[in-house]
Ligand binder design. Structure first.
Ligand SMILES: NC(=O)c1ccc[n+]([C@@H]2O[C@H](COP(=O)([O-])OP(=O)(O)OC[C@H]3O[C@@H](n4cnc5c(N)ncnc54)[C@H](O)[C@@H]3O)[C@@H](O)[C@H]2O)c1
Ligand SMILES: O=CCCC(=O)O
Length: 496
């Protein structure tokens, strides 16, 4: 029977209700499946295998076998496959967007945007694959010679979240494959179909069997995470998700001393100085705060506005947010879809702030008539540091505005959290922009823009936001190890 999620696609064969192991679409050996729901309606839209550690081990072995040959292909050849993959994602952008909307809920524009964002990593790393250069270094002795090779680390375990079900996988996968590694991807149980499309298109792009494997699971996720960490065959884990789970994976990886990339939680400060252009600041806040209904790890969470600009900024922000339309993501007039999960936390942060005398400027309630996971786009004023939203990441559509007086004060408040992923600074003063970005304890600073992510720039955090960098010329490094080759006893005497 065709699953509901395939309805309306130009190419229904993009949907597969299986795991992908060693070039085959397979059920779990346990024969168990789990159901996937549309967050807008709560309706079941398909099922996927509830994979066990036995299934996972099959995928690890397939990746290990495939590594023997994949690593030996010239980077140029690996790059050609990645380039074809890029083309296929772009060609299937609309179908991919529909699938993302059906399982994640995000609005059509965000969903198709995610398809293109995903594709951009295949294009970028297709170009990096042939340019993984080592070094020749001068040795300390006259008879010694040294060269440094960059080699693929081996089989990589990737664990990705539901908020960007294709892009978070693509950013890791394309870098790993460019480096010459092979991959086992554990997709998120809420959004497995989008990750499976990566495998469908990878096969069409000419990827050899076993190089990329996808294992689906919902309830067995912790067991699979543990098995990936404890496997000696898996040499690296790359994870995107919460700080809580990142720390758990790090603990679990201690016995096998794995290389780790951890892209974890954020709590981004968005700082508006008195000299900022109000329209630029508002447009940037809208882009950063409300993207994917507030469910990105780089979403502005704490909006610090200097006293002199507070009134005009808050007024213009509310006017612009009012123009948005919340609804079912597939409706092309809708700008913001439902939350995928965790609507309770948004509601809790709003109620906590209101109970402590924040001012409700817009929204503030569930939109239960639309479905179980809809919440109004919300703006709160006069927020202070005692409120939960100032210390915890909401991961929802709540813009919390708080006033500040001085540069020193706002830096101290912005840096007061334990995480450090994205931050934003709105100012027209060059000196302020340099000083503040150098003092912010965050992996990324955006000045006069609300958009940080780009395939050409390194993405990642400091402090409890994790380690490693994705995208950019640095992104491949996370999947490489250095090998030193020293040659001694070279006779360096020669006659003219
Ligand atoms: N830094 C980034 O790039 C980035 C990107 C997206 C989301 N995030 C963060 O993720 C959080 C929101 O997502 P969430 O709450 O669903 O996060 P989460 O950590 O609960 O889930 C993320 C992924 O981890 C899996 N997972 C959960 N428990 C696991 C375990 N024991 N072993 C292995 N895998 C496990 C989940 O199935 C999911 O695929 C936010 O804090 C957000 O900031 C960070
Ligand atoms: O949610 C995490 C990453 C999103 C992005 O790269 O913009």
């Amino acid at each position: 029977m065709t699953p509901a999620i395939a309805t309306g696609l130009k190419d229904p064969s993009l949907i597969v209700e299986k795991s992908y192991i060693n070039g085959q679409w397979v059920s779990s050996k346990s024969d168990k499946v789990f159901e996937i729901q549309d967050p807008a309606s709560g309706q079941v839209i398909g099922t996927c295998p509830e994979s066990t550690t036995v299934d996972l081990e099959d995928a690890i072995q397939a990746a290990s076998q495939a590594f023997l040959t994949w690593r030996t292909l010239p980077g140029r050849q690996r790059g050609r496959i990645l380039k074809r993959w890029f083309d296929l994602i772009v060609e299937n952008k609309e179908d991919i967007g529909k699938v993302i909307t059906a399982e994640n809920g995000k609005a059509k524009g965000d969903a198709e945007g995610e398809a293109l964002f995903s594709a951009s990593f295949f294009e970028w790393f297709a170009e990096e694959a042939p340019r993984i250069y080592g070094d020749v270094v001068p040795h300390s002795t006259s008879g010694g010679r040294a060269q440094i090779l960059k080699q693929p680390i081996g089989v990589c375990g990737l664990i990705t979240p539901w908020n960007f079900p294709m892009a978070m996988g693509a950013r890791k996968l394309a870098a790993a494959l460019a480096a010459g590694c092979t991959v086992v991807l554990k997709s998120d149980g809420l959004t497995p179909f989008t990750s499976n499309i990566l495998a469908v298109l990878g096969e069409r792009a000419g990827l050899p069997k076993g190089v990329f494997n996808v294992v689906t699971a919902l309830n067995n996720t912790p067991a699979l995470g543990l098995a990936l960490c404890q496997s000696d065959t898996v040499k690296k884990i790359s994870f995107t998700g919460s700080t809580r789970v990142g720390k758990l994976l790090m603990q679990q990886s201690a016995s096998t001393l794995k290389k780790l990339s951890l892209e974890l939680g954020g709590n981004a400060p968005f700082i508006v100085f008195d000299d900022a252009d109000v329209e630029v600041a508002v447009a940037s806040a809208l882009a950063s705060k409300f993207k994917v209904t507030g469910q990105t790890c780089v979403c502005a969470n704490r909006i610090y506005v200097q006293e002199g600009i507070y009134k005009s900024f808050s007024k213009r922000l509310v006017e612009e947010v009012q123009k948005y339309r919340v609804g079912v993501g597939s409706d092309s007039s809708v700008t913001h879809g439902p939350l995928t999960t965790g609507i309770g936390k948004t509601e809790e942060h709003v109620q906590d702030a209101l109970s402590k005398n924040a001012t409700l400027l817009l929204g503030g309630k569930r939109l239960s008539k639309l479905g179980p996971n809809f919440f109004e786009l919300t703006v709160l004023g006069n927020v202070d540091d005692s409120m939960k939203v100032m210390s915890e990441e909401t991961f929802g559509p709540l813009a919390a505005l708080t006033k500040f007086k001085t540069e020193d004060e706002v830096i101290q408040r912005a840096n007061s959290v334990e995480v450090g992923l994205a931050s934003y600074v709105m100012t027209n003063d060059l000196g302020t922009s340099y000083r503040v970005s150098e003092r912010l304890e965050f992996g990324m600073v955006a000045i006069n823009t609300g958009v940080i992510s780009d395939p050409a720039t390194p993405f990642g955090g400091v402090k409890h936001s994790g380690m490693g960098r994705e995208g950019s010329k640095y992104g491949v490094d996370d999947y490489l190890v250095l090998k030193t080759i020293v040659t001694g006893g070279i006779n360096t005497e020669y006659k003219l």
